[in-house]
Unconditional design. Sequence first.
Length: 203
Amino acid sequence: MRGRCIISLAACFASLLASAAMCDGQEQIHITFDGPPPQPPGSSYVIQRYDEAGMSFSSMNTFGLARVGSNPPTGLPDNGTAYLDTGLRGKLMFRFTNGATFDLISVDLAEYSTVVPDARTVHFVGYRFDGSVVTRDITTDGLIDGTGPIKDFQTFYFGPEFSGLNRVEIPTYGWSLDNLVVEVAGQARIVTIQSPAHGSVLA
Ligand SMILES: [Ca+2]
Ligand SMILES: [Ca+2]
């Protein structure tokens, strides 16, 4: 009887360890800027802050950010969904509101509008948890036709130096941004571990 109990406890402990190992992995988060709240098609609203998936996107000056809906006002780029831009004067900062560090994986970028169709160089500044700073300049292709057939947005990928970040700033303007992918570095996810005998034992 005692032996069976010990075996049962050991099996239970092994199950808990396996669950703990699974929840210690990296979690990739896709931020689409599609809301909530939803951004109506054909609209563009000036805002000071937008939050999604625990990450806040805020303006670094009084000119604010803009959320743009699908089928946007004349001249703005279109990918069929809502996205973010900073107009021609704004600056952007984003971070997790709970202070979690993250890795920057990829982002979709387009020019600001067909009125300013030049290739744009977007300056990313990453502030890492250890106080170091990493930067990258990304230049778009200068191809944009708004709601026409041209693919306005391009996907750009970041290298491993953009890891362990506390926050990222984009101090340049005149771009459009969508589909930001980040990875939460080494954070244990909130999971529920099930015990066959007693149901949920840890949440
Ligand atoms: Ca979107
Ligand atoms: Ca483009």
